[in-house]
Design a protein around this ligand. Structure first.
Ligand SMILES: Nc1nc2c(c(=O)[nH]1)N[C@H]1C(S)=C(S)[C@@H](COP(=O)(O)OP(=O)(O)OC[C@H]3O[C@@H](n4cnc5c(=O)[nH]c(N)nc54)[C@H](O)[C@@H]3O)O[C@H]1N2
Ligand SMILES: Nc1nc2c(c(=O)[nH]1)N[C@H]1C(S)=C(S)[C@@H](COP(=O)(O)OP(=O)(O)OC[C@H]3O[C@@H](n4cnc5c(=O)[nH]c(N)nc54)[C@H](O)[C@@H]3O)O[C@H]1N2
Ligand code: SF4
Ligand SMILES: [Mo]
Length: 732
């Protein structure tokens, strides 16, 4: 027996934590966080510690599989699968044109630096515009708001140097999502609080992060646009804003001032169910701080008018001048990404929506958030020219994750060709014609580049310091297996279809200026992952070879860059008065609402179901592990004890939860952190059907309570996935 220690990069989720692995005879047996890592500082979570079990999981696919005529799956050699898929795609493309092949990229296309660029190169090669990602059922309002408002060349202030932050419907201590940087967020918040930091959280639930906040506003869900408009109103009326910054760098101030005027503290109190005094305090604390920004999470994006919430959060940053100014040091001037051209000026604004591909349903077009998933099931189901006939599902699980499970299943079953890339037979993979089996994280090299690129996706994302890490392969694939990295799937497919591949070496959300020319790949001699990593980091400030010298990761602070002054002739301004948003504020003000704290017992749907994440589950990943599900193998319906008492319900009772579109069963859990009138439930549970006999074992799919056609954002298409009006009935 030989034992050894190695460094790994976890890719169970997008946080890319650095781990120390105990090896036994060449196989990982145990992992813990790497204490010597300069940004993760030894952090790991229960999911990450399951990596060794994931690699030897009995349900893991050790080779690709193909559906036979009788519906059963049989193993198929990867190269054979690729050749067969190539032939079928060629046939479809020749007959129906490029639009008949669509791709959906799910969450696990993110952690591997090579996946999305190669997938994009393939879609470019077949000239199909039909590229969808999970972004439009996540935080699509963010990309639209940033396009409307504009971005700042020097970037925003970062968490570790700030003395306040406003987090709206995000819980980064659990989700490792925005607000607090996702490398050991608990440590970063702890250090911040020790130096007197004032965190402000807006969330209908007293979340893990809200418990550590200076101020927690616990409103009715869906009222964030009013709350933020109210805060802006207070800030402007009390002249707490950075008038110089606004004067020199923004436009639309007067229109904004006018539009937020009706959102008085007492109006917001009546509407959102938070004390007016709290709103005043939140505005004053935020605006009078020396520095700090705002981050909006999935909750408000999934509630109605999420784009308005996102936009107003950008406005708060600009109004208070929280973008990096001339002469300040740049916290992250790029590590594996190009050196940031940090100037104290706005970037030129591009279009936010209404361009590119026109979809056949509901008037959708391409937009800053990407093509709306909302349209994809109909694009598959609707006959006629342009119908989507083949789908490549790249590391996603639509059956579990998309709203309206029935329609999603119906669409997937209507495809002529469905390929899923997944390590297991997910609910979606079970409907596929081919399931391509990938290598897992310990079997492939790792790069922190995807996480670094996130800082361009929104304020409060990515690394706040120029950190980089490269991690070599930790263990080899199991004997007898036939596994690939996702990029290899696209490479082989292109080669089998005799197509060239031009690799864009940056992410669509983080295109440097000037944009690098795509690199045409050698289609005779297959590149290695290492060679692709070289290409992806070729424009980086720090060469990959230098990064490789630091196995525990490194923060490349030298040399520090200083924000340069604005160009003399710079015409760009940040827009804080976009009419598409301000018009919606008018519509909101015209709405009737129930001014009651708690449930609206008169309404036919008196409760509101809100979204959340659970610590031990990552969307549809985690349920497969006994160690992660011993407490909750299902998704409980978390409710306030007062509501339960009124309904004469207790913990573990089964209830029916019905929205206007569908109903599911839930298992009651008592939780006094949830606002009365609200039910908090996680998604992606419940398997392939809404089977009442199994609710205590596998839970239920909250996507069934949402629907694509009725209530959705007209630009991003995101359906109402949080703040869903529901009614409850006890089930015997
Ligand atoms: N009701 C409701 N619905 C929601 C949400 C909500 O809050 N409420 N959240 C939404 C959000 S934010 C998102 S992002 C979407 C997620 O939507 P999806 O991305 O479609 O769903 P996931 O479950 O994350 O799917 C990831 C799949 O990748 C597989 N996988 C894991 N590791 C690998 C790997 O290394 N390689 C490959 N090829 N596959 C791998 C997993 O087994 C899983 O099947 O769901 C959305 N749906
Ligand atoms: N452990 C774990 N981590 C994950 C995931 C996971 O499934 N599990 N999923 C990953 C994915 S795909 C994503 S996109 C990120 C998401 O990361 P986050 O956006 O941080 O997601 P949540 O933790 O669900 O936090 C959303 C919060 O919004 C609140 N909320 C719901 N509706 C409203 C509303 O109308 N208004 C306000 N103000 N708040 C509301 C909820 O109570 C919840 O606390 O997390 C990622 N990380
Ligand atoms: S937070 Fe994410 S990356 Fe870090 S150990 Fe947990 S699952 Fe892995
Ligand atoms: Mo997500």
């Amino acid at each position: 027996m030989s034992s050894q220690q190695k460094i790994a990069m976890c890719r169970f989720c997008h946080a890319l934590c650095s781990l120390k692995v105990q090896m036994q005879d060449g196989v990982a047996v145990n992992v813990v966080g790497d204490k010597h890592n300069p940004v993760y500082h030894g952090y790991s979570c229960a999911k990450g510690r399951e990596l060794p079990n994931q690699h030897r999981h009995p349900d893991r696919l050790l080779h690709s599989v193909k559906r036979a005529k009788d519906g059963a799956f049989a193993p198929v050699a990867f190269e054979r699968a690729s050749a067969e898929i190539a032939a079928r795609l060629r046939e479809l493309l020749d007959r129906y044109g490029p639009r008949c092949v669509a791709m959906y990229s799910g969450t696990h296309s993110f952690p591997y630096a090579t996946t999305q660029p190669m997938a994009t190169a393939f879609m470019d090669a077949i000239a199909s515009p039909m590229r969808f990602t999970s972004n439009t059922i996540d935080k699509p309002g963010k990309s639209i708001a940033m396009a409307l408002h504009g971005t700042w060349a020097a970037g925003a202030q970062v968490f570790d140097r700030s003395d306040t932050w406003l987090m709206v419907g995000t819980n980064p201590l659990i989700s490792k999502s925005g607000g607090i940087p996702n490398s050991n967020p608990a440590r970063r918040l702890h250090l911040a609080n020790k130096r007197g930091f004032k965190l402000i959280v807006i969330d209908p639930r007293r979340t893990e992060v809200a418990k550590k906040a200076y101020l927690h506003l616990q409103p009715r869900p869906g009222e964030d646009p009013s709350i933020l408009a109210g805060m802006i109103n207070v800030i402007i009326s009390e002249s707490l804003h950075d008038a110089d910054f606004v004067q020199n760098n923004a436009e639309g101030f007067e229109q904004l001032q006018e539009a937020v005027k009706p959102f008085t503290p007492s109006y917001v109190e009546a509407r959102a169910g938070i004390p007016a005094q709290q709103l005043l305090e939140a505005a004053q604390v935020f605006a009078s701080a020396k520095g700090g920004c705002t981050t909006v999470g999935t909750g408000p994006n999934m509630a109605p008018r999420g784009m308005v919430t996102e936009y107003l959060s950008q406005v708060l940053i600009t109004l208070c001048g929280r973008w990096l100014k001339e002469g300040e040091s740049v916290p992250n001037n790029g590590a594996m990404m190009p050196r940031r051209n940090a100037k104290a000026q706005a970037n030129p604004r591009g279009p936010a929506f209404g361009y590119g591909e026109k979809l056949r349903v509901r008037g959708f077009t391409d937009a800053a958030c990407g093509l709306p998933i909302n349209a994809l099931p109909d694009e598959i189901l609707m006959p006629g020219e342009g119908k989507v006939r083949a789908l490549i599902n790249l590391c996603g699980n639509p059956v579990s994750a998309w709203p309206d499970q029935e329609k999603t299943k119906e669409a997937l079953q209507a495809l002529d060709l469905h390929i899923t890339l997944d390590w297991r037979l997910s609910e979606t993979a079970r409907l596929a014609d081919y399931v391509i089996a990938p290598k897992l994280s310990l079997e492939r090299p790792g790069l922190s580049l995807p996480n670094e690129s996130l800082s361009f996706m929104g304020v409060g994302f990515g690394y706040p310091e120029p950190y980089a890490q490269y991690v070599p392969v930790v263990q080899s694939t199991p004997p007898g297996s036939d596994l690939i990295e996702e990029w290899e799937f696209f490479y082989h497919l292109a080669r089998d279809m005799a197509l060239p591949l031009n690799l864009q070496t940056c992410y669509p959300w983080a295109v440097p200026d000037p944009k690098p020319d795509p690199v045409s790949l050698d289609m005779e001699n297959k590149p290695t992952t290492e060679e692709l990593y070289e290409l992806m980091t070729a424009q980086g400030r720090i060469p990959l070879a230098e990064v490789k010298k630091h196995p525990h990761g490194f923060v490349f602070t030298e040399p520090t860059d200083i924000v340069a002054p604005k160009d003399k002739d710079c015409p760009n301004r940040l827009d804080i008065g976009a009419s598409v948003v301000l018009e919606q504020l008018g519509e909101i003000r015209a709405e009737t609402f129930v001014s009651a704290i708690g449930t609206d017992s008169q309404a036919s749907y008196p409760f509101r179901l809100i979204s959340r994440r659970m610590d031990r589950i990552y969307n549809s990943n985690g349920m497969q592990f006994e160690k992660l599900t011993h407490r909750y193998p299902y998704n409980p319906a978390f409710m306030h004890p007062r509501d339960l008492q009124e309904l004469q319900l207790s913990a573990s009772d089964i209830i029916e939860i019905a929205s206007a579109y569908g109903s599911i069963l839930g298992v009651v859990e008592v939780d006094d952190t949830v606002r009365p009138g609200v039910i908090s439930m996680a998604h992606c549970f419940g398997g392939i059907s809404n089977d009442e006999r199994q609710v205590r074992d596998i839970g239920s799919n909250t996507g069934i309570l949402a629907q694509f056609e009725s209530e959705y954002d007209p630009i991003t298409g995101i359906p109402r996935m949080s703040d869903i009006p529901v009614k409850i009935r006890a089930v015997a």
